[in-house]
Design a protein around this ligand. Structure first.
Ligand SMILES: [Zn+2]
Length: 307
């Protein structure tokens, strides 16, 4: 006997065959439409650490190929997008700082676009700005340093020390930049300038991942025999940049170096099966990497880090 095939037409047809009242139920007041929504924080555990991703902002942006696929044809961009069930006319952007409670210190990685967004997300996760002991800046684009300072040059995190790569600080200090001058330069004396392999706190180690910016740095997080990488902006889109690491991204300052770094970091994450947090991955921004063809595939975490 052949199995009946369940098609969209068959499902809709069977509902349509019912009397209308059976489908709609008795009349009642309509609930208001609330729009698409998500939570603002997601907390997982890693050994003795608590790792919380914070959604500082999310918004749609038009013309994603002009950002994520500079060196490919419109046909290839459309074909890859369709195969992965995402549109080509707009993309949803996410901005996701991470805060880690090591038990000894509360360590925040990046700060979003402005103080209101990061403090709001921290509050939803149960933290206040004065509890932050360390702020680590992965690189100095505006969407990562924007939350450091508010009106009147007031530091958002009054009790924090700061950590960043010296190569990153030195680049922006020499280049000159309005955002850098307003948000980062005033904190220079409180900032520890580090290099590849430096220990930021117990279980938190810097890993140079340059290309996106000259001093862009990822961090290996280790506790209780478990590992996770705070990968920041080494890859900026979960399909276009992970599946096709050589596709050029508008925001990568050195495009060849950024592509080489992507392949190196993605290869390590896939081979060692280490979960990572990507600042611009779809929220809650925690996932794994598998190899696929000549590139890689994003596999969102399920419950692995809840156990
Ligand atoms: Zn960014």
């Amino acid at each position: 006997m052949s199995r009946p095939t369940l098609t969209r037409r068959a499902i809709l047809g069977s509902a349509a065959a019912l009397p209308l009242a059976a489908v709609t139920g008795p009349a009642r007041a309509a609930a208001p439409m609330l729009g698409a929504a998500t939570t603002r924080f997601n907390r997982v555990t890693l050994g003795d650490f608590e790792v919380t991703t914070l959604l500082a902002a999310t918004m749609p942006r038009p013309e994603p190929q002009s950002i994520f696929g500079l060196n490919v044809s419109a046909e290839e961009f459309a074909q890859v997008s369709a195969a992965n069930n995402i549109p080509t006319d707009q993309a949803q952007f996410f901005f996701t700082p991470t805060v880690i409670n090591t038990g000894a210190e509360l360590v925040l990685f990046d700060t979003g676009l402005n103080p209101e967004a990061i403090t709001g997300a921290l509050a939803s996760a149960g933290y206040t700005p004065d509890q932050v002991d360390v702020v680590v800046i992965t690189h100095m684009h505006g969407d990562h340093i924007g939350g450091l300072m508010g009106e009147g040059a007031a530091a958002t995190f009054p009790n924090a020390r700061y950590v960043t790569a010296s190569a990153e600080y030195d680049h922006w200090a020499a280049a000159g930049n309005e955002g850098f001058d307003a948000k980062m330069r005033p904190l220079a004396e409180k900032t520890e300038m580090i290099g590849d392999g430096a220990s930021v706190a117990s279980g938190i180690t810097a890993m140079s991942a340059a290309g996106h910016t000259p001093g862009h740095t990822a961090y290996m997080i280790e506790s209780g025999g478990k590992s996770l990488v705070i990968a920041a902006d080494f890859a900026n889109h979960y399909v276009w940049s992970l599946g096709y690491p050589d596709w050029e991204v508008k925001f990568d300052m050195d495009k060849a170096q950024a592509a080489a770094t992507r392949r190196k970091v993605l290869g390590m994450l896939a081979a060692d099966k280490i979960p990572f947090i990507g600042y611009h991955m779809p929220f809650p921004a925690v996932g794994y990497i598998e190899t696929r063809g000549d590139g890689f595939q994003y596999v969102p975490a399920s419950y692995q880090l809840m156990l």
